[in-house]
Design a binder for this molecule. Structure first.
Ligand SMILES: C[C@H](N)C(=O)N[C@@H](Cc1c[nH]cn1)C(=O)O
Ligand SMILES: [Zn+2]
Ligand SMILES: [Zn+2]
Length: 479
């Protein structure tokens, strides 16, 4: 195996500039799933993937998902499914990734245009989607290309599933996966599933991830006046929706992240001594946190509590308010209707529907305490489940060997604070091992301004993804 991998690695290095060009083209397509006006760009991004995969010789299909629930005449972007290799002698790996991105605008504070890949002198490649998740998705395509051009056979069959709504709760994908995993479906032959869509704990040491938090995302809308009002003419004589909203939002969570909604924390499984002992070996320091967040404003001063807060406890974040004055300057307006957005990251054993009921009741009760004549409505916008698995199967072993081969270290075993809604769906629908194999680092600023992927992570990460396929084939023979 080793000489074959050496040929593959050399080819990855040779092709590295073309891989960066591939990422440049992908980042230039603003495939923002949360913005209805950008839907044609999300579709364009799916077409880009189709043409890149076809050029590599894969069998590719663009599958429609129908209309987006709750939206009039707006179609969901297609799921791109592909097959590369179909040998009955080989194991089959199903890859999942997403080609949509979070919203981004220069006015948010980006140093460069978010949809122009900008590479600096240190090899940091800035652009929306560079690390989440266009870079890792293209990493798989790069791995196929480098194998082909090096004349090295890929020792497993590949199935691919790339979606365009992950950043909006993977609308419509659960049913699709369940159907395609059944006999006769596109994913029927999958022996394992691998997802590259999260991040290392630091900047140098790779990790294998065996857990994710879920995410229940809510909107709370408060309205009163029939239109926006002049605060000089009406301030003091009308009840203001914005005042009510900030007061109810302010009751959700305290400064140290404690969720104030009764019943939520009670659903969390207690920490065992065994679990506590796992944290000691993880390579993580408080400086890793400070480097990632760009400040020293963490809640805890030790790594155990910091990691537990990220991985195994729920959190509640307030994200924004629609309908407000948010430009520079001083506008004296009373907004007539405001919509707050917040989400709860869920963990074992929280039940999504029960969380919803607790949230709805709490918001209603807190609003009632204000004695306001305005009206409130709270809705769940989307929800995705948490997922935890055992990191001890053949796929994790294969990935651990690939990390050692490419990076010369044993990977950390981690859980992830973020969410990938369909992970549990893949596990349940296929009944197979699901592994998260990230290539991005803790400083990549996914979802934030100045998102980036380091050239080193992209290229060495492509080597890692390719090497994993070889060790998977080996481990698959033993399993
Ligand atoms: C971890 C993954 N790359 C990611 O960013 N997932 C999103 C998924 C999501 C859930 N609601 C909206 N988007 C996340 O964790 O926020
Ligand atoms: Zn994301
Ligand atoms: Zn992602």
């Amino acid at each position: 195996m080793a000489p074959q991998l050496d040929g593959y690695f050399k080819q990855v290095d040779k092709l590295s500039e073309s891989f960066i060009e591939r990422l440049r083209k992908a980042v230039a397509i603003p495939s923002v799933s949360a913005d209805d006006k950008r839907r044609p760009d999300v579709v364009k991004m799916s077409e880009f993937l189709v043409s890149e995969l076809e050029a590599l010789g894969a069998h590719v299909e663009s599958r429609p998902l129908g209309l987006q629930p709750g939206k009039k005449d707006l179609h969901l972007p297609p799921v791109v499914v592909a097959r590369y290799g179909d040998s009955p002698e080989k194991r089959t790996l199903l890859l999942y990734g997403h080609y949509d991105v979070q919203p981004a605008g220069k006015s948010d504070g980006w140093a460069t245009d978010p949809f122009t890949l900008t590479v600096d002198e240190k090899g940091r490649m800035y652009g929306r989607g560079s690390t989440d998740d266009k870079g890792p998705v293209l990493g798989w395509l790069n791995a196929i290309q480098a194998h082909k051009e090096a004349g090295v056979e890929i020792p497993v069959n590949l199935l691919m599933c790339f979606e365009g709504m992950e950043e909006y709760g993977s609308e419509g994908l659960d049913d699709f996966i369940e159907k395609e995993a059944k006999p006769g479906g596109f994913f029927e032959k999958a022996d394992a599933v691998c997802i590259s869509d999260n991040y290392w704990l630091g900047t140098k040491k790779p990790c294998l991830t065996y857990g994710l938090r879920g995410c229940n995302y809510y909107s709370v809308s408060i309205s009163g006046p029939g239109q926006d009002l002049h605060s000089g003419l009406f301030g003091g004589s009308v009840q203001e929706p914005m005042t009510d909203l900030v007061r109810v939002l302010g009751t959700l969570v305290d400064t140290n992240g404690k969720i104030k909604i009764p019943g939520i924390n009670e659903m969390v499984v207690p920490v065992t001594e065994d679990e506590k002992s796992l944290y000691a070996d993880i390579s993580y320091t408080m400086d890793n946190l400070y480097e990632s967040i760009g400040s020293k404003t963490g809640v805890y001063s030790d790594k155990e509590n910091t990691l537990m807060a990220r991985w195994r406890y729920p959190s509640l974040s307030v994200h924004g308010i629609e309908g407000v004055f948010s430009d520079p300057g001083a506008k004296t307006v009373i907004p007539a209707k405001v919509i707050g957005k917040f989400s709860i990251r869920t963990v074992p054993d929280m039940k999504s529907d029960q969380v919803d009921q607790l949230v709805f009741k709490y918001m209603k009760d807190e609003f009632a305490k204000l004695g306001s004549k305005n009206t409130i409505s709270v809705e769940l916008m989307h929800a995705g489940n948490w997922w935890v698995t055992s990191p001890k199967d053949w796929s994790f072993t294969a990935a651990g060997r690939a990390v050692e081969k490419v990076f010369g270290v044993k990977p950390d075993l981690t859980r992830e604070g973020g969410s990938i809604p369909v992970t549990l769906t893949f596990q349940k629908a296929t009944g197979k091992s699901v592994l998260l194999l990230p290539i991005g680092s803790s400083t990549d600023a996914a979802h934030s301004i100045n998102e980036k992927l380091d050239r080193w992570n992209y290229i060495e990460g492509t080597k890692l993804l390719g090497a994993y396929l070889h060790y998977l084939a080996e481990e698959g023979m033993k399993a």
